[in-house]
Design a binder for this molecule. Structure first.
Ligand SMILES: [Fe+2]
Length: 350
């Protein structure tokens, strides 16, 4: 009996603390706990951080941001399972979002606002993910050596005239896998393989580096045509770095189509995680990021195409020409990713 009483007395500090936590709702983190959203994002841009701050200002909801490795983030969510603190996954490729859905890591959410603002081809049909910004995978060429009419389609890249002149990053890169997945979706695996084989046969060097590295390699004369995402070109062309002056001088942009279909586009987008504890806050953040103001910030700050209709494209992107985006349902990028990876390997695109 006395032993029991001693125990209770021993526990007084603990009981007092628990009482305190119950009364204050968890101390410094308590009140915030139901007004926060935990985000894993692959987008490491200043524009995003400024938008998260503005969202917190507007709503009182704290954004806890973890910058995630795009190649590792799905494995991490799987590993963490129900214990994952993540509410909202933001990635830079619809293929990744599609894979996340296929692996059961996202939940469908319903928002009339999101469904009305995001075009149907730029979101998951059941609300597992939504596009936030659009980017086109296009061609930057040396305008002293190439005429734009030589690059009407992606298919044109397989012509013998481009032997030793093309630059692209590795096939391990998801942007290339998603371009290939779009080819698979439109033309089937065999035609996609033949296309990739033809492109790889024309490479100026073995694939290496980032999209921006391909642009700089054109300026250095290593090749004449580079495959790159539109925002990397937009950022380079609107930049002021003296060491990139040569690239700004010689580069021009072609918006190739996929033959019958338009220019390959992809989205950076977000989905609410299956075990999210802050679903309402995650949806609120999604809705904020798709608001006209945030869409303008993405366009101006990061040179991305707005997903929301009616928001102006940044002048540097507008200078590339009018984009005629492929209207392929981007859910196809995730569904065809495995085939795309296999066929890129078979094509010798390293
Ligand atoms: Fe990127």
């Amino acid at each position: 009996m006395s032993k029991h009483r001693t125990h209770l007395l021993d526990r007084w500090p603990v009981l007092l603390f628990l009482l305190f936590v119950a009364c204050t709702g968890g101390g410094s983190t308590g009140k915030k706990a139901d007004r926060e959203v935990n985000v894993y994002s692959h987008r490491h841009y200043d524009t995003d951080k400024a938008l998260f701050d503005a969202f917190t200002q507007a709503t009182g909801i704290t954004v806890n941001l973890v910058l995630a490795d795009d190649n590792e983030v799905l494995a991490r969510l799987e590993r963490e399972g129900e214990r994952s603190p993540c509410d909202l996954l933001i990635t830079s490729d619809a293929g990744r979002l599609g894979q996340a859905r296929l692996r059961g890591l996202l939940r469908p959410v319903h928002s009339a606002l999101l469904d009305s603002v995001v075009p149907a081809t730029l979101r998951d049909p059941e609300g597992h993910w939504y596009g936030l910004t659009m980017r086109a995978r296009v061609l930057a060429y040396n305008k002293t050596k190439v005429r734009p009419e030589e690059l009407p389609t992606y298919q044109a890249l397989t012509a013998p005239q481009w032997k030793g002149r093309l630059l692209a990053r590795s096939a391990e890169n998801l942007y290339n896998q998603s371009l290939m997945a779009a080819f698979v979706a439109h033309y089937g695996p065999d035609s996609a393989l033949a296309w990739a084989r033809g492109v790889a046969a024309n490479f100026a060097r073995d694939p290496k580096g980032s999209d921006t590295d391909q642009l700089l390699a054109v300026a250095e004369g290593i090749g004449d045509v580079a495959l790159a995402n539109s925002y990397y070109i937009g950022k380079l062309m609107s930049g002021t770095e003296p060491e990139r002056a040569k690239a700004r001088e010689v580069l021009a942009v072609a918006l190739p189509t996929m033959g019958g279909a338009g220019t390959h586009v992809n989205v950076s987008g977000a989905g609410v995680v299956k075990h999210a504890r802050h679903e309402a806050e995650a949806i609120a953040l999604l809705e904020y990021l798709l608001g006209a103001e945030a869409q303008r910030a993405f366009a101006e700050g990061n040179k991305e195409y707005p997903v929301r209709p009616g928001v102006a494209v940044d002048p540097v992107l507008a200078s590339f020409g009018a984009l005629n985006p492929d209207t392929l349902d981007l859910a196809q990028l995730g569904l065809n990713n495995a085939t795309a990876v296999k066929q890129l390997q078979a094509a010798g695109w390293r």
